[in-house]
Design a protein around this ligand. Structure first.
Ligand code: DX5
Ligand code: ZN
Length: 220
């Protein structure tokens, strides 16, 4: 039986009280911190950069799952590792030489993830799936928290799960965007391993409880 992971997305945290939100995640049942880096080029939004990541890393007591929504990520991989990234995920759509990028991440000693946008088919992963640790399926168009979950995601997760059974049985499938207690069970049943959630955790009355609820779902 697979145990699923929960990764709260700090994009929905209160940046003026970031320490409080990091402490909350440290004390919760969450597995990883999901950290969204946006450059205003690959996505139509800018989140935060290196100094903020350094502060997060200083207080976080769980692995940092760094989701790079940036063009030409190769330039900055070393710097993200230096600042404390454990898992680095790049977008397939942002990489001209994806195989090279994935190997560069692994060479740094990080686990390597590849993210695909809602309009990118799972079939484009055929030649890379054996070389990655994580595939992140975007279930909203990247750039913003609090958007509505795209229903076609279930089909993509199932297709990726079949591909992983054939080619990489250690692959972790991560789903990101519009994840909440209302769709988490169906996502796990479809084959997801890692649930990223921003708004549904940080806008909850009791975020610790919202995390615990996502963690305690039993798919079988
Ligand atoms: C969106 C980011 C997500 C986002 C998820 O571009 O990659 O990680 O923070 O937020 P919610 O859970 O609010 O959709
Ligand atoms: Zn993300």
């Amino acid at each position: 039986k697979r145990k699923h992971l929960v990764a709260p997305s700090l994009l929905s945290a209160d940046f003026a009280h970031l320490h409080d939100d990091i402490t909350m995640v440290n004390q919760s049942e969450a597995d990883w911190f999901h950290v969204d880096i946006m450059d205003g080029v690959f996505v139509p939004n800018i989140s935060f950069g290196f100094p903020v990541l350094a502060s997060i890393a200083h207080y976080a007591r769980k692995p940092l799952d760094v989701h790079l929504m940036i063009s030409d990520p190769d330039k900055y991989l070393g710097q993200f590792k230096e600042l404390g990234a454990d898992h680095i995920t790049v977008h397939l759509e942002a990489c001209t030489h994806l195989n090279r990028t994935v190997h560069a991440i692994r060479e740094l000693g990080c686990t390597a993830g590849v993210a695909i946008n809602p309009s990118t088919p799972v079939s484009l992963l055929h030649e890379i799936v054996e070389d990655v640790d994580v595939v992140l399926i975007m279930s909203v168009n990247p750039g913003f928290g609090g958007q509505q979950f795209i229903e076609g995601t279930y089909r993509k997760i199932k297709e990726l799960r079949r591909l992983a059974e054939e080619r990489n049985d250690r692959l972790l499938i991560e789903v990101d965007g519009g994840v909440s207690i209302h769709n988490a069970l169906a996502l796990l049943k479809a084959g997801a391993d890692i649930l990223v959630a921003g708004n549904s955790i940080f806008a909850a009355k009791n975020p610790i409880h919202a995390i615990a609820e996502l963690k305690r779902i039993k798919p079988d």
